[in-house]
Every structure is written in structure tokens, then in C-alpha cells.
Design a protein. Structure first.
Length: 456
């Protein structure tokens, strides 16, 4: 049974230890010197040894004669079967991991694919702990991030969650200390360029620890991102980041219209504060929601949604070139890294986006019926489509399209909102009415979504 599925109410005393568990041993780059006597004894008596090519070479002199070796480089999916085969033959099996096998290591993967009682984990120091010790950086409240991912190229502002540096970009917005496990592609200089691209170059200092516990060890402390962006580093390294300026405390909801850049001299496409607040409330956003903002205008709804959905992502599209540029300016000013803005006319390009939890339509470009039908078919269970209209014609088109979908489990309602704002008149104030707006909200019954998925 995986520990991930274990009942918390069960006493740990009831766990039955396996008589021949696979030993998962943490190793550092000083080889034998990093192993406890117990770990070294297990290694020397192992019949089967599994590890990466570099680790196998580092400790190869300690294997007993005839011990089988398996290089897991590029073969992670085969490791559970190697372990099962060894245990089935009653052979002593060891998996060599780097540092702490439970810190972005192989142990959680093995626990998911093998009975947890079949593992005996012997952790070592993490290279991140060693790096912090080298420069005296407390790490108890730090966020650990791994960018040991495929090469997705340099970070560009607005990159999607599929980018290998995406988790780091989000963490840099939310945490004051970051400990980063790197890769040859996602190197310290590329990380520094991410900080610069996100406008965080003056907010963080960096340290890079190279070749820890090896003769060529080097620790570069208190680098600025500007310096690190132009440097080259040894392939084996970890990166430490710490904030040197106070973290911002932005307003997350209900921003004034004046906070957004708008088209001048004519006020451009912006969902006014009162309507924006109600629309965001009707979207029923969660921390990890995937949001579509169609007809983004100045980007006001999508950018506020990005602040509310820090673990999610907002995909926005705007067809007007001038408004697209203005939304880009607002994006740059808002300090969010979970927002991608596209120039185009929906529904073109939406097929490439992940299915949404929430969709806001501020403008349809004349494709309203087609857009509604397509969105409702993509909407995840319990998701919401919210649309704003100021004309009777668009309201009629939208409600007709939704009526046609009622037989497919779609429910909808219309809210008319008309706000009035105070304005000075002589030494007094009067109320000036804003234009009325219809807010149309549609949802799909979760059962209908499941039925359609089963039929697909």
C-alpha cells in the first residue's frame, strides 16, 4: 500500500515490515565518505544495485562480486520492475539516490509503484542543505523548487505552465527564500534571466554552489541576477535565492479602474470596477482555476483573476491590436506570472488551451453563438461561463444560444447591473449613472460532462 493512500487513523505500529525491503540509499558526491556504516554494509551486500550512471561509477568499487547493476538513466519507468524482480528472487536490492531520496528524489515514485513496506529509506543530507550551510542561509521557511525538467528554452513573460521554469516563476512571486535544484539546461544564468524578465532583478540575490563535496567545489555567494545572467557555471550546481527588498502586498480584488492603463484620449475597453467585481464573483474561482478571458480589452478581469488564482493560470485573447498592447502594459505592471496574453480573434487558437474552470467573455468579435457552444463543451465540471453585454442584440443572441443547450445539461441566468457613482456639483454631490450591463452566467451539470466524456 502506498503511504499516499494510507489511512491516517491507522497506528504506525500496525505496519508490517518486509523481511527483504529494497534499500533506497542517499549518496553525496564524496561517495563512500557520505555513507553511514549501515548504508555502506547494505551496499556491499547487495545482489542488485540500481542507480544513475554517475552514482554507479562513484561507488562501483564497493559492490560485491557478481552484483547486478542497472543504470536508471532515462529508464525510470523500469525501476519498479527491477525492484520487483529482485525481491521475487529473494535478492538484496539497493537503489542509489542523490542526497535525500524524499526531496525531489526517487523514493516517492517508488512508494507510488511499490508497497511502501517494501522500501527502507536511508536519507542523506540534501545538496540544498549543504549549500545553505556553506553561506549560513536559514532554510526552514524556504520553498524548494526543482527545475530539473526538459529544456523549454529561455523564459518569456507570459509563458504557459508547460514551461520548465514555470513553477520557479510562480514561487518567486510568493516566497522570500527559494532553494532551486537545477539542470544542465535550466542553469543558474537562465534562472537569473528569468528574474530579470519578470522585473525581479533588483529584488533577489543569488548564491550558486557548484560541485559540492568535490575537490573543485566553488560557492559564489551574493551574486546579483544581472551578474549571474552573464556567467557560466559548472554542470553540477544548486541555486539559492533570497529577497532583499520587501515583498509587495498587492490588492487582490476590486481594483479601481484608474489602476489600469486604458486607451487614450477615449477610454478604452475595460470592465468597470463594480461589474468586474460581480463578474469575478460569478466565476466562482478557486486557487488552482484555469481561466479563459476572451475579448480581454485592457486585461482587467483576467489580471485580477490571475491574482486570485495563484496556483492556476489565465489565458487571455484580444483581437484589437491597440487593446492587446494595452493589456500587455497592464500585465507588465501587475506582478503576475500566471497570465498568458494572445493577439487573435476567438474562437481561433482556443483549441490549444487547456479545458477551463472559468471563462469570461467581454467581447466576441461577432462569433458569439459559436463561441458559447464551443466554450460550454470544453468547460470542466462545476465550471462557469460569465459574459458581459451592453446591447440588447448580443444579450438576445447569448440567451438564444444557451436555450438551445439546455437539453445538454446547461443552466443559465441573467443579472442586470446598473451602478451610480457620486460626482461633485458645486459644493455638493450628485449620483451619475453608469451604463447598464447584463451579466449572463451559464453552468454545465457535472453529470452531463461525465456522460459526454464517456461517449467520446
Amino acid at each position: 500500500m502506498s503511504i499516499l493512500n494510507q489511512n491516517p487513523s491507522e497506528s504506525m505500529d500496525t505496519c508490517v515490515k518486509d523481511p527483504n525491503p529494497c534499500r533506497v540509499i542517499g549518496v553525496l558526491d564524496d561517495g563512500v565518505a557520505s555513507l553511514s556504516p549501515t548504508a555502506l554494509a547494505y551496499l556491499r551486500s547487495a545482489d542488485v544495485v540500481i542507480g544513475g550512471a554517475r552514482t554507479l561509477a562513484l561507488l562501483g568499487g564497493e559492490f560485491k562480486s557478481g552484483a547486478a547493476r542497472h543504470d536508471l538513466t532515462g529508464k525510470l519507468k523500469e525501476v519498479p520492475e527491477w525492484v520487483r524482480a529482485a525481491r521475487a528472487d529473494h535478492l538484496a536490492c539497493v537503489v542509489l539516490a542523490t542526497g535525500d531520496p524524499l526531496c525531489h528524489g526517487i523514493a516517492p515514485y517508488l512508494a507510488q509503484h511499490l508497497c511502501v513496506q517494501a522500501l527502507d529509506i536511508l536519507p542523506n543530507l540534501s545538496t540544498l542543505q549543504l549549500a545553505c550551510a556553506r553561506i549560513g542561509l536559514p532554510w526552514q521557511d524556504a520553498r524548494i523548487v526543482s527545475v530539473h525538467a526538459r529544456d523549454a528554452g529561455e523564459w518569456l513573460r507570459g509563458s504557459a505552465p508547460s514551461h520548465g521554469l514555470y513553477a520557479l516563476a510562480q514561487a518567486a512571486r510568493q516566497h522570500a527564500r527559494l532553494l532551486v535544484l537545477t539542470s544542465p539546461d535550466n542553469s543558474p544564468d537562465r534562472i537569473a534571466r528569468l528574474l530579470l524578465a519578470e522585473g525581479l532583478g533588483d529584488d533577489f540575490h543569488m548564491a550558486v554552489a557548484e560541485n559540492l563535496l568535490q575537490p573543485e567545489e566553488r560557492v559564489l555567494a551574493e551574486l546579483s541576477p544581472q551578474e549571474a545572467a552573464e556567467m557560466r557555471f559548472a554542470e553540477l550546481n544548486v541555486v539559492l535565492l533570497w529577497r532583499v527588498t520587501p515583498a509587495p502586498r498587492p490588492v487582490r480584488f476590486g481594483l479601481a479602474d484608474s489602476e489600469f492603463v486604458q486607451r487614450q484620449p477615449e477610454k478604452g475597453l475595460i470592465t468597470k470596477q463594480e461589474v468586474r467585481a460581480v463578474s469575478l464573483a460569478r466565476l466562482q474561482l478557486r486557487a488552482d482555476s484555469v481561466v479563459w478571458d476572451i475579448g480581454a480589452g485592457s486585461g482587467s478581469v483576467g489580471l485580477e483573476a490571475a491574482r486570485l488564482c495563484q496556483q492556476g493560470h489565465v489565458y487571455a485573447i484580444e483581437k484589437n491590436e491597440a487593446d492587446h498592447a494595452i493589456a500587455g502594459q497592464n500585465h507588465a505592471a501587475f506582478g503576475v506570472s500566471n497570465y498568458s496574453l494572445f493577439h487573435g480573434k476567438a474562437p481561433e487558437g482556443l483549441d490549444a488551451w487547456p479545458d477551463p474552470d472559468a471563462v469570461f467573455v467581454g467581447g466576441s468579435g461577432g462569433e458569439l453563438s459559436t463561441l458559447i457552444e464551443g466554450v460550454m463543451r470544453r468547460l470542466r465540471p462545476h465550471g462557469a461561463l460569465v459574459m458581459n453585454f451592453v446591447t440588447l442584440e448580443n444579450l438576445a443572441t447569448a440567451t438564444a444560444a444557451l436555450q438551445a443547450l439546455e437539453g445538454e445539461g446547461v443552466s443559465w441566468d441573467v443579472l442586470q447591473l446598473q451602478a451610480a457613482r457620486s460626482k461633485p456639483i458645486l459644493h455638493m454631490h450628485r449620483m451619475a449613472a453608469e451604463n447598464p450591463v447584463w451579466i449572463v452566467c451559464a453552468r454545465r451539470d457535472a453529470a452531463a460532462v461525465k456522460t459526454e466524456a464517456a461517449d467520446a
